[in-house]
Design a binder for this molecule. Sequence first.
Ligand code: COS
Length: 379
Amino acid sequence: MIRDQQVLDGLVDLVRRFVRERLVPAESEVEASNAIPPAIIQDMRELGLFGLSIPEEYGGLGLTMEEEIALAFELGYASPAFRSVIGTNNGIGSQGIIVDGTEAQKAYWLPRFASGQAIGSFALTEPDVGSDAGSVKTTAVRDGDHYILNGTKRYITNAPLADVFTLMARTGGPGPGGVTAFLVRSDSPGLSLGAPDGKMGQRGTRTCDVILDDCRVPADAVIGGVEGQGFKTAMKVLNRGRIHIAGVCVGAAERLCDEATAFAKARVQFGKPIAEHQLVQAMLADSLTETYAARCMVAETAKRFDRGDRIIKEAAATKLFCSEMVGRVADRAVQVHGGAGYMHASAVEHFYRDVRLFRLYEGTSQIQQIIIAREMCNT
Ligand code: COS
């Protein structure tokens, strides 16, 4: 936690300048090469961006959720692929250890994640297991002081870069209670990676299958040392992750508003800038209004998270609203640009494709609706 507001403001300002002066100008290179330049990844390490949410005693900045989303707003302003490089170390790739890991697991992995020396990744989804996350089919069978894992994990973000996976596998009977979370090192015997996924957007983000073929991991790889807790660990990780993603959606929407406004002021039709035409103004105004509402919503949910409130439905509602919102804002931004917004040369063209993922990963919009309604009815 940053106790001094001035220090937090300074950090937000530093990241804002890094995003706008270093990342935004590199977006077209990332689009063309489908990779983040190594020099940018090194800059991110030096700025401490890999350890935003990792506790200070393990070498991170130990930001609260409210502080972290102040940075998520900034990071979201550039192509989501940049944020994705540090996303798993701060979020789904490290939080399982932070919330449920043993002291030894924390002491070994967290300082390495915080420095960016090691990359953590999160492996829940499988070819036949998506929204129904409690039905994990990958098996883990105890064999002396090891477990033998078999199965395939799908669409795993940062898998090609990862040193370790928080990986959910079944050790017990059917349903969520039979799932255990493991820390599986990428060099474990029997672990291999699939071909890189070809995706609609977020070029520069690396995802692929993780294949476990009689993969041997030591028994102390169980997160927290307790079997059957893996589903709950995954859900706790996702509660936090959903707030972070919502913050990234706000940043992307702010960028899209800026792009649309700049274009509308410069583009002249019918003898005046299109920004002076009321139908265009309506699109700009609706986008700004929704973006602002989303920003306030994320900030409030983060505050409640930091207070220790039960925020399951608020996290889901925030992720639902913000991811849907940025889709509408991206659509309007393309509309304001007209034909130019359909061309690869325009930033709004790739944002339109990039933000589509936010409504799918870390729980689809329909899963968020189910979570919200269940919480409303059950608590
Ligand atoms: N936070 C904390 N605990 C949670 C939780 C949450 N968000 N959701 C469920 N749990 C707990 C429940 O309280 C329950 O605990 P008890 O056994 O002590 O009662 C346990 O976990 C099992 O929960 P439940 O019975 O609700 O499991 P379901 O199979 O019905 O879960 C949903 C259904 C839809 C909530 C779950 O599968 C889900 O979130 N799916 C989306 C997965 C996802 O986001 N995938 C993206 C992959 S990562 S990019």
